[in-house]
Ligand binder design. Structure first.
Ligand SMILES: [Zn+2]
Length: 91
């Protein structure tokens, strides 16, 4: 399975749910099996959540953390992919 931006975007909500510990569909599991980008994104969301819950500061309410993760996920899914400048071919 070749991941693409449309497929990844379709799984964004399920990805956030999984990062928050909510059970998700088998569709997401299948997508994650073939998409290294979404596996990295899931790991990032989990790290962010763990860091916010266990930081050296007074831990904020978990619902606030979950809302923050959702906001970040929406912003990431709406972000336009960076385009690389075309490089001249050298022969
Ligand atoms: Zn993906």
């Amino acid at each position: 399975m070749t991941p693409n931006e449309d497929t990844c975007a379709a799984h964004e909500t399920a990805l956030v749910s999984k990062a928050l510990g909510v059970s998700t569909s088998t569709d997401l599991a299948a997508h994650l099996a073939g998409c290294p980008a979404c596996r990295r994104k899931l790991a990032s969301y989990r790290q962010m959540r763990a860091g916010l819950l266990c930081g050296p500061f007074a831990a904020p309410d978990e619902s606030i953390i979950n809302r923050m993760i959702r906001v970040v996920a929406v912003r990431l899914s709406n972000a336009r992919p960076r385009r690389r400048a075309l490089q001249p071919l050298t022969r």
